[in-house]
Design a protein around this ligand. Sequence first.
Ligand SMILES: *Cc1c(COP(=O)(O)O)cnc(C)c1O
Length: 394
Amino acid sequence: MHVEPHALRLGREEPDAERDVRLLTELGRTRHDKRHRHLGYPLNQDFDYRALSELLDTPWYSIGFADEPDRLGLGADAFEREILAFFAEILKAPPGEVRGFLPTGSTEGNQWGCLLGRQALPRAPLYFSRAAHFGIRRVAELLRMEPVEVATLDDGRMDLDDLEHACSLRRGRGAVVVNTAGTTMLGAVDDIVGLRSAARPAGDVFVHTDAALSGLILPFVDEDVPFAFDAGADSVTISAHKMIGLPMPCAIALARSEHIPQGHDVEYVGISDSIVKCSRDAYTPLLLWYALRRLGTPGLTRRAHHCLGTAAYAVDRLKDGPGKAWRHPHSITVVLASIDASLAHHWHMAVENGVSHIVTAPHVTRADIDRFAESLRAETSRHTTDPAPSNPAR
Ligand SMILES: *Cc1c(COP(=O)(O)O)cnc(C)c1O
């Protein structure tokens, strides 16, 4: 839906709440109708929280960890504690030994994990692969850690020889290493066990796992794919809006309690300041709790397998054509040869370094894949059959 900027201008017109509600409602409807063209980014759009709209005239604010006192009295701590306990179990944390919170997204979760790493190993550089999420480099800058970009193998996993080499050049300072479980473009899962031993020349090693997307897939596949606390992660983050789906971004961040510094006690709000920010959103956690109550482990398992099935279907459908589709075994990221810019725009797909991808998030159907395959075929044949531009009149 195209809205003229003047229709949104603030501060001039007579207020007309009904008109504005109509405008916003229409905007929401158009978004909703367009979701079958959203193939490129890992965001589930298949959800409905309208049953909880009654909550929208009440403030929902948390301050501090959910296991600290809620002096403000506007939080949702009991719900957050359940969510964190559920994820601690999925991520195979030793019972009672991890703590965390619900940040606004995995980027914030990554920042918190890397901060804990830096606090544990103050002189350590931040090692991350070339395929790590773009936000990681920024985290290194914000935390003033030396950024060390590690090469990747052709399939997108971190090159462990290169990591070892980089760590040998910086011996004895310790290493904070970002382990990506499901890289952004290729859906590769780094080898967390290999990565820890490759980093040994650095001295002590802190591993933060960025499992933004695959953190809600890998625990439910038949094979044991190590990436979480049982495999040696010190902190882990997962985005909730990706596989679960929410109207706004939200993530889960957990870390081994031993790495979480006490912080300074803040008398004003009766908590410690170790998660850095003050007010946190306590509304989204309620939606997340509601979604998890409905799904449970069986629902999440079914959902992961459903998405993997759609991904397998997409590879089958697109592997022989111009798309040359492939994917990692437990990934819902279907990698394609770079596609035409207008197609990428229409289907909301990323193009980077000559590759593109479809992410078969829960809302993506096989019929969507068929429609995309058809438009890719049409676009390609248009390019190959177009005669060279010529002017018959000359
Ligand atoms: C999506 C993604 C992120 C960013 O997550 P947000 O929740 O959008 O901040 C980070 N890392 C990976 C691997 C991702 O897929």
